[in-house]
Design a protein around this ligand. Structure first.
Ligand SMILES: Cc1ncc(COP(=O)(O)O)c(C=O)c1O
Length: 350
């Protein structure tokens, strides 16, 4: 524990910031709350339990409101899973490369993270997953789908096979990017009480700054999470804004269309660079691997063009890799133009 370094994304100044898989267009809070809404928000009182927010989300996902646990960002509900089901003497199984917080949070909760290296391309097969479960016997196994940093989805059949074969393990599915894929395992929770699914407002809902995450769980498990949760963990301001964001489906539809076309454009541009291997993605980011050269140098050369991307080359299984989030069309133009400077123009085939 003492050896854990604080979690920090790379904080450099840049005009084009496409390093954290956020939604790139400005989303001002004034879009959702007006001055008279603020007048009705009484800060001297403790907030409620987010009943209205849970009702809106429960209708959308066809579950009951009491099956939804709210947190300050999905990181908080993820930590809740490890606090309740991981912890001292218990193992968490992770399929690497994946979102680095899962390992951190399971260690913070006192448990042990065990890596199963899948590598790139990130294709997790059923026999591989079941074999790892058999060897590790984890209290918690995590599937991130679509996966960060690889951008592809894990076959739902693989996840369900694990949930069915290991009913005593908690199967945590991190669906931070699932809206981009248009799929979810939430409806399967009813038949698989050991399945828990996390979601976030930080990606397609364009509200990373608001900090809203949700965990969908079976009614049998909800009591454990409610017991472990800090009282009043969601602020009254957050809840008020989140309800309105949750109702704004039209914006989600528009963003999904924008990501699909922009991702294709950025992918083609990456594919045209001979020195790069780009991995197909269904999320709002793309992973690419350098055939030669040093990732830190490439990262720095993008930064010279005021384009900030993410060097993920020190993530397990991601040697020589960088990740770029899909930005606004103008930001993507800047990234694509920077490719010419960062990589020698003769190596680009358009
Ligand atoms: C897979 C995955 N899960 C969860 C999160 C964290 O989301 P939140 O902002 O809801 O804590 C991220 C953020 O990048 C992520 O990539």
């Amino acid at each position: 524990m003492a050896l854990l370094q604080p979690y920090r994304t790379q904080q450099h100044r840049a005009e084009v910031r496409i390093q954290a898989n956020e939604w790139p267009e400005p989303n001002p809070a004034s879009r959702y709350v007006a001055a008279d809404d603020l007048d009705r928000l009484l800060l001297n009182r403790y907030p409620g339990h987010g009943d209205e927010l849970r009702k809106v989300l429960a209708e959308r996902w066809r579950v009951r409101p009491e099956e939804l646990i709210l947190g300050n960002g999905s990181n908080e509900v993820l930590l809740g899973v490890f606090l309740v089901f991981g912890g001292h003497g218990r193992r968490t199984l992770l399929f690497q490369p994946t979102y680095s917080m899962h390992a951190r949070l399971s260690v913070i909760a006192g448990g042990e993270a065990i890596d199963e290296m899948i590598g790139l391309p990130y294709v997790l097969r059923k026999d591989r997953a079941l074999d790892a479960m058999d060897r590790v016997r984890p209290a918690v196994v995590v599937f991130t789908s679509p996966n960060n940093p690889t951008g592809n989805a894990i076959d739902q059949e693989v996840i369900l096979a694990v949930a069915e074969a290991y009913p005593d393990s908690v199967v945590l599915v991190d669906e931070a990017y699932a809206d981009f894929a248009g799929t979810t395992l939430v409806p399967q929770i009813e038949r698989n009480p050991n399945l828990v699914v996390s979601k976030t407002f930080s990606k397609v809902r364009a509200a990373a700054g608001l900090r809203v995450g949700v965990l969908a769980v079976h009614p049998e498990l909800a009591g454990y999470f409610n017991a472990a949760q800090l009282p009043y963990n969601m602020s009254a301001l957050t809840l008020a804004v989140a309800v309105r964001i949750a109702r704004d489906e039209a914006s989600v539809e528009r963003r999904l269309a924008l990501v699909a076309s922009e991702r294709q454009r950025v992918f083609q541009a990456l594919r045209a660079v001979a020195g790069i291997e780009a991995f197909p993605s269904i999320a709002n980011f793309l992973l690419f691997r350098l055939r030669e050269g040093v990732p830190a140098d490439v990262h720095a050369r993008f930064l010279e063009q005021s384009v900030l991307i993410r060097d993920v080359s020190n993530w397990p299984g991601c040697e020589r890799c960088l990740r770029v989030s899909i930005g606004t069309p103008e930001e993507n133009d800047r990234f694509i133009a920077a490719l010419d400077t960062v990589f020698s123009p003769s190596s680009i085939h358009r």
